[in-house]
Design a protein around this ligand. Structure first.
Ligand code: NAD
Length: 423
């Protein structure tokens, strides 16, 4: 098939590349001219190694054509951004993509939206874009297929995840399925548009609620003086229990998706709103913990990790930024060390050794492998005070203690003096 993919970001580029590798003739359309120029000359940016390799193979095969304008095709996949850092849905890119491709869509073609949206959006966008041209939606196919890939493992997830395909009509879902089965090895399951839109938000909201529960358990663990990580691991031995991990807060797409679902009906969800409040409060809890355990006269804090999760360069809605602001407001000099992230709006530093020289508290925010591998003895020789807060239970407690560090683990009341927690 000829396929135009609109948006060549984290989702669109690997999708376009895998479609090309599966034998389709693909135009990758993006409004970012520099990205298109880079891809056209074989530069595939900072994506994961496997994505880079896949994209390079697709470009070299001549079946993936980066372009700053869309082209007529049998199928149009839309993968443009929809979620803002303010955790609202911004439909401008979607509206632009739909109105740009609508005049190119012939009768019998299919338009598939993959971006995360509030239920009802796919149909509303199509009605606006095609209605403005006097077109009848029955003449084209319309589907929504949410992307649920995990950053860091994108290529495997594209191939092996089950896909949910919602069609405006059954024939639309079936037409979309014919495209996905060309590269998906998981099941491709058909439903209607609104159900598919809701499924995507429900998956993210489920994680948000589950993490909020874990974060509340962490507070409990601290006040009971127990190790909540051990308690959660033991609870998860129950065959029908799967509690996620507490942490410094939730980033990535989850907060925005959970908010979209919370506000999707006329009766906003109290449970989802509460989960958001709990998770939004997590960085503040960490900031309070840091202040409580910081040595007298402490001035400089190094946050270890800017990304919202391990081993990705993604800082969307990262709790690191909130924590950095809170600690800065409290008068600390805060540096954020991250060996994986390249773009971050706060005070990102690359040379940990130099920064560590006058550090009073280290705070592990992201459990990147490179951060877990920091040698406590070596860093202990550099810092001004040997004090570390681990918000992910990622460190080898005894190794850090042996190196002379005062170690405080979020959710481990057994590592935190109760006077500090009460202050
Ligand atoms: N990144 C993920 O892990 C992930 C997972 C599941 C779902 N999603 C959803 O997929 C969608 C895309 O996310 P992403 O992470 O790939 O975004 P991204 O920001 O990485 O990339 C989006 C790309 O779209 C381009 N673009 C913007 N407006 C455009 C337009 N009108 N026409 C053509 N191109 C345009 C941008 O230049 C950019 O290159 C979002 O709705 C997101 O919520 C993302």
């Amino acid at each position: 098939m000829k396929i135009t993919v609109a948006g060549l970001g984290r989702v669109g580029l690997p999708t376009a590349a895998i479609l090309a590798e599966s034998g389709h003739d693909v135009v990758g359309y993006d409004v970012n001219k520099r990205l298109v120029a880079d891809l056209s000359s074989g530069r595939t940016g900072t994506a994961e190694q496997q994505v880079r390799d896949l994209a390079r193979r697709a470009l070299a095969s001549g079946r993936l054509h980066p372009s700053s304008m869309p082209f007529p095709a049998d199928a149009f996949l839309v993968c443009v951004p929809t979620l803002t850092a303010g955790e609202q849905m911004d439909v401008r890119a979607l509206e632009h993509a739909f109105t740009t491709i609508a005049p190119l869509v012939q009768d019998g073609n299919i338009v598939i939206l993959e971006s995360t949206v509030r239920p009802g959006t796919t149909l509303a966008l199509a009605e606006r874009a095609f209605g403005a041209l006097g077109r009848d939606l029955d003449a084209i196919h319309l589907a929504y297929c949410p992307e649920r890939l995990l950053l860091g493992n994108v290529v495997d997830e594209l191939v092996w995840n089950d896909r949910i395909v919602g069609g405006r009509r059954t024939i639309d879902a079936e037409t979309a399925r014919a495209i996905y089965v060309s590269f998906v090895r998981g099941d491709v399951v058909l439903t209607d548009l609104t159900t598919a839109e809701t499924v995507k938000l429900a998956e993210n909201a489920y994680r948000d609620v589950n993490i909020a529960f874990a974060n509340e358990l962490a507070v409990l663990g601290q006040s009971l003086g127990i190790d909540i990580w051990e308690a959660i691991a033991l609870a998860n031995r129950h065959p029908r229990v799967n509690i996620l991990s507490p942490g410094p807060g939730v980033g990535g797409a989850v907060p925005a998706a959970a908010r979209l679902l919370a506000s999707a009906s006329s009766a906003p969800s109290k449970l989802l709103e509460t989960a958001r409040r709990v998770n939004d409060a997590a960085p503040r809890r960490v900031a309070e913990m840091v202040q409580a355990i910081a040595p007298l006269g402490a001035r400089k804090i190094i946050l270890l990790g800017a990304a919202y999760k391990a081993d990705v360069d993604d800082v969307r809605s990262t709790p690191a930024r909130v924590l950095e602001k809170l600690l800065t407001q409290s008068g600390f000099d805060v540096a954020v060390y991250d060996p994986v992230v390249t773009h971050y709006e706060g005070n990102l530093v690359r040379d940990l050794d130099t920064e560590a020289r006058d550090a009073d508290v280290l705070v592990l925010v992201t459990d990147h492998a490179a951060i877990r591998a920091i040698d406590p003895t070596r860093i202990g020789e550099l810092v001004r005070s040997r004090c570390i807060v681990d918000t992910r239970n990622a460190l080898d407690l005894s190794a850090w203690r042996d190196a002379g560090f005062d170690v405080h683990v979020l959710g481990r009341g057994d590592t935190i003096a109760q006077e500090a927690l009460l202050s």
